[in-house]
Design a protein around this ligand. Structure first.
Ligand code: ADP
Length: 262
């Protein structure tokens, strides 16, 4: 609580009292703390790949690596780390554009069934590499909604990629698509590592990860779900995660079809 005060003067300019202002600064302080943590996180996330790039290039430049194969190995690490920085900067730019101008949606009429089928196709190669199967379970032939295709596809791809990343080889991922009242409900369910109960409420925070090392190793930036949430909420939809450790995770999206003028 911040207290400030000033003398109060009447119409004749005579001091006749004191005005006290009691200001609740807890909200302000919380925001400031979040901002500081965010900057610290960004710096750390950028510094980690940079340190790695520096040390590998210096080792090569100092002439410590004679053999060609090792040199190629080192350059691959450098390349991977540069890719990671690229992903991070791309995600950060997207979040900052959301922060600054709210989200500008380019809504059109599209078929959700098609969108989900294509999204599954796009991640199928990655799933096959882990011997995983992705099923689509739906009672619909098509379901038209009014939405920003690229953005919602980005959300679907992020959730599907997480299901692949955080599940063991050979597991099955189920995608359910159905219509509930005037909404589309999309559920992606995996039988993977799950999320501990204590972490589940924080999973949408920027940079929050259950296991930083594992997420990094798998190429994650820790920003995917916070971006997904912003996109879904800009569509006036809801995103919900339930999970059981070592059993699996279920992510549900509920998006209004938004068809008034259709
Ligand atoms: P990341 O880039 O780290 O994957 P996300 O924002 O997409 O970032 O997810 C945040 C964290 O939530 C992940 O690091 C992971 O710990 C957890 N998570 C997300 N999806 C799943 C899932 N399907 N199964 C288990 N953990 C998950």
């Amino acid at each position: 609580l911040k207290v400030s005060y000033a003398p109060y003067a009447n119409e004749n300019g005579e001091k006749s009292g004191i005005v006290f202002v009691l200001q609740d600064i807890t909200d302000q302080e919380r925001l400031e703390k979040m901002r500081r943590e965010f900057v610290a996180n960004v710096s750390h996330e950028l510094k980690t790949p940079l340190t790695s790039i520096k040390s590998y290039t210096e080792t090569i430049l100092d002439g410590y690596v004679d053999d060609e194969d090792t040199k190629i190995e080192f350059l691959k690490v450098v390349n991977n780390e540069a890719d990671r920085m690229n992903r991070l900067v791309r995600d950060l730019l997207q979040l900052s554009s959301f922060d600054n101008e709210n989200i500008k949606l380019e809504k059109e009429y599209h078929d959700y069934v098609n969108m989900v089928k294509y999204s599954i196709k796009k991640v199928e190669v990655t799933a096959k590499n882990k011997n995983q199967t992705i099923n689509l379970v739906t009672d619909l032939d098509n379901l038209v909604g009014y939405f920003d295709y690229d953005r919602i596809e980005q959300v679907a791809l992020n959730i599907l990629s997480n299901a692949i990343k955080y599940s063991p080889n050979g597991s099955i991922i189920n995608t359910f698509l159905t219509k509930i009242d005037e909404n589309v409900s999309m559920t992606i369910q995996d039988n993977g590592f799950g999320i501990p109960e204590k972490d589940i409420n924080r999973i949408f925070e920027r940079f929050y990860r259950v296991d930083k090392a594992r997420s990094r190793e798998l190429g994650g930036t820790g920003l995917g779900l916070s971006i997904a949430k912003e996109i879904v909420e800009a569509h006036l939809g809801k995103i919900k995660i339930t999970s059981k450790l070592e059993k699996g995770t279920t992510v549900n999206l509920l998006l209004p079809l938004d068809l008034e003028e259709y």
